[in-house]
Design a protein around this ligand. Structure first.
Ligand SMILES: Nc1ncnc2c1ncn2[C@@H]1O[C@H](COP(=O)(O)OP(=O)(O)OP(=O)(O)O)[C@@H](O)[C@H]1O
Length: 243
């Protein structure tokens, strides 16, 4: 269940519209590995996010915040419910169409240490979505990577370095650059600062806010820390357990 606790701003049309979202994971047991129970990770979430706003999603650990974000992006298949992005129902789209839709909806992950592949340079990491979506020739992609790095406050000079050569805050900037590469309209930021030092958290939050203003981004901002969420969100929704 999601309960809205704050509505200071009421502008813009709806970009994300979620109704009755459920994600139930099977629990296997016995020697035959049969499904013996279900974890109701998300059990009936309704929410909407207006264009250009940030909806904060808070709640206790394990209440289903991350699963909600992933199910909205169709990274996890919902068990039930509807998810509309800009009026297009995502849950019934064929896989190929979902793949195309990925350009419009991206995710910034919680842990910038594990979410960046250590085998690749940051240039390769940021250019991957551009190459997958054929966004220009090698030179154009190289230029776009440099531009994205500058946009998130990284010096393009370091394009050939590996993620482990960067600090936590810088790594999160790399993750943000990758998420922005395809110019999405909607970004799920899943606890994007909780793995960072407190001193760095404000810088990354400010960056996310600046980018929102610059590109008109719409955010679902997942966090367990209410003060962080209040700082960045236009509205806050609290996920509560239904007992
Ligand atoms: N792939 C999965 N298979 C089975 N259960 C899962 C899976 N992913 C999540 N769960 C369970 O679903 C519930 C919700 O998990 P989720 O990670 O969405 O919670 P959360 O609110 O984001 O927690 P946290 O704040 O600790 O990150 C938990 O009980 C979790 O163990």
């Amino acid at each position: 269940m999601v309960q809205e606790v704050q509505t200071p701003k009421a502008t813009g049309t709806t970009l994300v519209d979620v109704k009755g979202l459920k994600v139930h994971f099977p629990v296997k047991g016995g020697i035959l590995g049969r499904t013996v129970a279900q974890v109701k990770a998300v059990d009936g979430v309704d929410l909407f996010i207006r264009r250009g706003e940030t909806l904060g999603l808070v709640g206790e650990s394990g209440c289903g915040k991350s699963t909600t974000g992933r199910a909205i992006l169709q990274l996890i298949k919902p068990t039930a419910g509807t998810v509309k992005l800009d009026g297009v129902e995502l849950t019934t789209l064929p896989a190929g169409e979902i793949r195309r839709k990925r350009a419009e909806m991206q995710m910034v992950f919680q842990d910038p240490y594990s979410s960046l592949d250590p085998r690749y340079t940051i240039g390769q990491i940021i250019s991957e979505p551009l190459e997958n979506f054929n966004r220009g020739n090698a030179k154009a992609i190289q230029e776009e990577v440099a531009h994205l790095m500058e946009t998130v406050g990284l010096n393009p000079f370091y394009v050939n370095r590996f993620a482990h050569e960067f600090s936590g805050g810088q790594r999160q900037r790399i993750g943000i650059a990758r998420a922005l590469a395809l110019h999405p309209s909607f970004v799920v930021a899943d606890e994007p600062v909780s793995a960072l030092d407190v001193s760095i958290q404000a810088q990354v939050l400010n960056l996310l806010q600046d980018l929102q203003g610059k590109f008109g981004l719409t955010y679902l901002f997942v966090a367990h820390n209410l003060s962080v969420v209040k700082h960045i969100s236009d509205r806050v929704a609290v996920v509560t357990w239904v007992v």
